[in-house]
Write a protein that binds this ligand. Structure first.
Ligand SMILES: [Fe+2]
Ligand SMILES: [Fe+2]
Length: 173
């Protein structure tokens, strides 16, 4: 997905500008997320694309945009740092939630979005449709970022159709 389009979307920017101005959020640019992206670009991309879907379906755009932006708010290299308490998939949403709570007040929905964004790899079911959206968009972005532009063309169309269908299935439940 396009990475700079969000800058022209004033409605989106108004929802996240206070968070984007924080050094704790900007610091995410120092971390590689997947092969072709840093963690800040990844977080903005997940946030913005989730926001667009939430908006289209008349859902909570503020919670989706803000929690989407904060969903990976952790400061370690997940490829090298290992934990005794559980897998990266289990631990990092909890770390991100704790870090996010230090920056801003979070609604129950925003907490659920951050905490459940690894749904699929972790078992706790999201409570809100907004949480499903962020989780699905996160999967999609991870694949895009991993493959990079060259290989991506082959996968993009198939993934877009597949993602859309999965989101629609969840929204219908
Ligand atoms: Fe994550
Ligand atoms: Fe993520």
């Amino acid at each position: 997905m396009k990475t700079t389009e969000w800058r022209q979307d004033s409605e989106y920017v108004a929802l996240v500008s206070d968070l984007l101005a924080m050094p704790e959020v900007q610091k995410l640019a120092d971390y590689t997320q997947h092969h072709h992206s840093n963690r800040l670009d990844h977080s903005i991309s997940v946030s913005y694309n989730s926001y667009l879907i939430a908006k289209k379906h008349g859902l909570n755009t503020r919670a989706t945009a803000r929690a989407g932006l904060l969903h990976d708010l952790f400061y370690y290299d997940w490829r090298t740092t290992k934990f005794n308490l559980g897998s990266h998939a289990f631990i990092h949403p909890r770390v991100a939630l704790r870090n996010a709570e230090k920056l801003t007040e979070l609604t129950p929905m925003e907490k659920d979005i951050i905490l459940k964004h690894m749904w699929g790899a972790t078992s706790a079911l999201p409570k809100y449709r907004e949480s499903f959206i962020v989780s699905l968009v996160d999967d999609y972005e991870a694949i895009n970022e991993f493959f990079g532009p060259a290989q991506l063309k082959k996968f993009r169309r198939w993934r877009r159709i597949s993602l859309k269908q999965r989101i629609l299935n969840q929204l219908e439940k």
